[in-house]
Design a protein around this ligand. Structure first.
Ligand code: PMP
Length: 419
């Protein structure tokens, strides 16, 4: 196991006033099973601050109409707010051009879009798509689907015992048949922060395009898509304190311009006739039909909220919790921590000797503690570690050392019951 000292925060000073942050999240004042809620499942979905809830309510109460269609003031207002949200995403990930931001339903849909419209058209029998063993199913299955249709292959790069990507093996697997590389930035199971800058550099040196799955990254680390220089980046609003139902695909304008549309319908066309139809400009070419207008505007509010605290301050707070939590839960007898990478974000995945993860989850639920149990949509990774399932506690901006203490107390009790 790697040295946990490497995840010590740089400073002992509190990153921000967590109490004040918690007061912004109404759900944290509620109970679960008659106990105060201890929410430790932010990797699955984060809770929502008042600013996001209010933005949603306000759009529907005061600014709602369909967008890009109506000549009347209300529709124009809704359109302006929707457009503004796209500019907020552009600013947040430092994209050069707002046209590079495509709104989807979620990160999963964004990956499917790239697989089908960018990679599939040129994919040939024998070609390879390189991923890693630590991918979420969302970054495996869309590639398998296009690979199967074309007689191509999805190749997984190995993960080491501590849960890091074996970068040398990864590099060796980039060959003349590699058509696409798709890698997770932060693993939702291991918490591993992959060296995405090196991965992009390796891919570029061989002329292979790269997609980075940032579903677990944007809420924990600063993202600068221009500095990173990948070809595509995807994430979901609901893990960034925003609403569910909205995802983001960032892609280089030249790629998006050259790609065929994903779905046909309203808004994605320039002109429709029965003798032939032409496509709208990017990003609208990829946004068929009425989007989640209020959800997209509320994503803008989530970005404002995160930026008002500062992603660096968030990262510092979460690093403190991770260091504290890593030390604390390792004192629990029979607990095995899965994923002890040198660079790690807000996730503690574990097994407990003698206990099925499901049973741990049920016991913790009775204590008001929400954690995730199962395979976390990463079955190949569990197989790699010889597991069917695991338990995962994950943190966000609003978690405290009290939450970790509650988790540790319950785990000690569970260990006493099962061993
Ligand atoms: N990638 C990673 C690393 C994830 O953790 C998740 C969500 N658990 C996804 C992709 C898919 O996100 P969504 O379900 O919002 O499409």
């Amino acid at each position: 196991m790697s040295d946990t000292a490497t995840i010590e925060p740089r400073t002992k000073a509190p990153a921000f006033d967590v109490g004040a942050i918690r007061a912004e999240f109404p759900i944290l004042a509620t109970e679960m099973q008659g106990r105060p809620l201890v929410y430790l499942d932010s990797a699955a979905s984060t809770q929502k601050p008042k600013a996001v809830i209010d933005a949603l309510a306000h759009v529907y109460a005061a600014d709602y109409a369909n967008i890009h269609r109506g000549i009347y003031d209300l529709s124009q207002r809704a359109s302006a707010l929707h457009d503004e949200a796209r500019h907020k995403v552009q600013r947040f990930i430092k994209a050069q051009d707002w046209r590079e931001i495509v709104f989807t339903r979620n990160a999963t849909e964004a990956i499917n879009l790239v697989a089908q419209c960018f990679t599939a058209p040129d994919l040939r029998a024998g070609d390879e798509i390189l991923v890693t063993e630590m991918e979420h199913h969302a970054n495996i299955v869309p590639w398998q689907m296009i690979a199967e249709a074309k007689g191509a292959k999805v190749v997984p790069a190995p993960v080491t015992e501590v849960g890091e990507l074996d970068l040398e093996a990864f590099e060796r697997l980039i060959g003349p048949k590699t058509r696409m590389i798709a890698v997770v930035w932060v693993s939702n199971v291991l918490g591993t922060v992959n060296p995405v800058a090196e991965i992009v550099a390796l891919a570029k040196a061989r002329g292979v395009p790269v997609l980075i799955d940032a579903a677990q990254a944007v809420q924990h680390l600063p993202v600068d898509v221009q500095a990173l220089d990948a070809d595509f980046i995807v994430f979901s609003a609901h893990k960034l304190y925003g609403p569910s139902g909205v995802g983001v695909l960032w892609g280089k304008a030249a790629h998006l311009d050259a790609m065929p549309p994903y779905q046909g319908g309203g808004d994605m066309i320039e002109r429709v006739s029965f003798s032939g139809t032409t496509w709208n400009e990017i990003p609208f070419k990829f946004e068929a039909g009425t989007p989640d207008i209020a959800g997209i505007i509320a994503l803008g509010a989530a970005i404002d909220f995160v930026e008002s605290i500062g992603i660096e301050a968030i990262a510092r707070h979460e690093a403190e919790l991770l260091a504290y939590g890593t030390r604390a839960i390792q004192q629990v007898p029979g607990l095995r921590l899965i994923g002890t990478a040198h660079e790690k974000a807000s996730v503690l995945t574990f097994t407990l000797e003698g206990a099925h993860p499901q049973d741990i989850g049920m016991l913790l639920d009775l204590d008001g503690i929400a954690i995730r149990t199962g395979h976390h949509c990463a079955m190949p990774l569990h197989e790699r570690f010889g597991l069917n399932a695991s338990a995962r506690a994950s943190f966000g901006i609003y978690n405290t050392t009290d939450d970790i203490d509650a988790l540790t107390r319950s785990l000690h009790r569970a260990a006493g019951m099962f061993q």
